[in-house]
Write a protein that binds this ligand. Structure first.
Ligand code: NAI
Length: 358
């Protein structure tokens, strides 16, 4: 059987740090195991265009492993060509780079390693909120430049205490963000999600659900996006919704780049309507050098906390999603049932409720 993995190139870092398991060099640590069973394991980072290894090998692979950090976009067209494909495994969380409707149509299962990096992301969200609210990035840049002008930083630095913070999506990550924010004594914690939290869980984090999205954002000082990308969330945070944000609000997106309209976000920063935007996800990855969100700034020349997509790929997370990927493949090869929480698309149907209301 042919198993194809699209991973990111790790370069010198990956050769000197074997715990970078999610790289082309370290191959999720499963090459020996797969080859000892007689399988062919193709690992590559070449994923774009008709001459890519991805498009070359997808036609006769039975299992496709991808990662959200360097997504191999399995479009409906490619699904049509992937005649032998039976299983897509996302090494990590978030399978929007797979055309899930096409997978349903062609009875290709899609599984991810649910929960493998949710703490990693939740920690990054809390960090991103703090660095925006406290105006950290311009402060550090000032120090590196050799300057020292406290008032230039303090004029746009605030405490998180007393602010209203809301999450779009209160699943594994969104809920963990709320848990981690509790000790900051925010004025209120809010969430927007079509799936209400179980009563006890909502009470435990003292979070109030707001059912209308415009009403929700209009109440928040900080909005954090923690829902999957699907038909219902593509471009959700657009120019129209941004008008309903409080003036001077901060927006953090570690979910998926395409949930926020990049140009609308940049314009809202430039006009002063948003005070900051932070996160690690981009509508195209790798982000082109001239991507507007690499350099977008608020009116004071700060408010940008963007980094490459790495919040969910800490070394701790890589150990978890590499071992989770192995168990999913092991179950598949030995005909054992998969863990229910990992199944996004089962044979011919959606098994999760998180990728939109259907
Ligand atoms: P989850 O499935 O536990 O929770 C997702 C929640 O979003 C669910 O409660 C669902 O009802 C809600 N939701 C779906 N559509 C919505 C909508 N239109 N409006 C409001 N809520 C909606 O997923 P989890 O583990 O919390 O991950 C969420 C997303 O975070 C992933 O799908 C992925 O895109 C992203 N992620 C990013 C990572 C990174 O490294 N930056 C790593 C891991 C996940």
């Amino acid at each position: 059987m042919k198993i194809l993995a699209i991973l990111y190139k790790g370069g010198d870092s990956a050769t000197s740090e074997p715990r970078l398991l999610g790289t082309v060099e370290n191959q999720l640590g499963i090459r020996e195991w797969l080859e000892s069973q007689g399988h062919e394991y193709v690992v590559t980072d070449s994923k774009e265009g008709p001459d890519s290894d991805f498009q070359k090998h997808i036609v006769d692979s039975e299992i496709l492993i991808t990662t959200p950090f360097h997504p191999g976009y399995l479009t409906a067209d490619l699904v049509e060509k992937a005649k032998k494909l039976k299983l897509c495994v996302t090494a990590g969380v978030g399978s929007d780079h797979i055309d899930l409707n096409a997978a349903v149509k062609h009875s290709i299962q899609v599984l991810e390693v649910s929960g493998s990096n949710v703490v990693s992301v939740a920690e990054h969200v809390v960090m991103s909120i703090l660095l925006l609210v406290r105006n950290f990035v311009p402060a550090h840049e000032m120090i590196e430049r050799g300057d020292w002008m406290v008032s230039d930083i303090a004029r746009n630095a605030f405490d998180l205490e007393g602010k209203i913070v809301g999450t779009i999506g209160a699943g594994r990550i969104g809920y963990r963000v709320l848990q981690r924010l509790l000790p900051f004594d925010c004025k209120e914690l809010l969430y927007y999600d079509y799936a209400p939290l179980p009563e006890a869980a909502g009470k435990a984090v003292n979070a109030r659900r707001v059912e209308d999205l415009k009403d929700f954002v209009s109440q928040c000082d900080v909005v954090t996006v923690n829902c999957p990308l699907h038909e219902g969330t593509m471009g959700l945070v657009n120019a129209d919704l941004l008008k309903h944000f409080k003036k001077g609000a901060w927006l953090v997106n570690t979910a998926r780049g395409a949930i926020c309209d990049k140009d609308a976000v940049a314009a809202a920063l430039a006009s002063g309507h948003l005070n900051g935007y932070s996160g690690d996800v981009w509508n195209v990855q790798p982000a082109p050098k001239d991507h507007v969100l690499r350099t977008a700034k608020n009116v004071l020349g700060g408010g940008n906390g963007m980094v490459p997509h790495y919040s969910g790929t800490t070394l701790d997370a890589q150990a978890r999603y590499a071992s989770g990927t192995k168990s999913i493949i092991e179950n598949y090869l030995s005909d054992k049932p998969q863990e229910a929480q990992n199944i996004i698309v089962g044979v011919g149907k959606f098994e999760t409720k998180a990728y939109g209301q259907r």
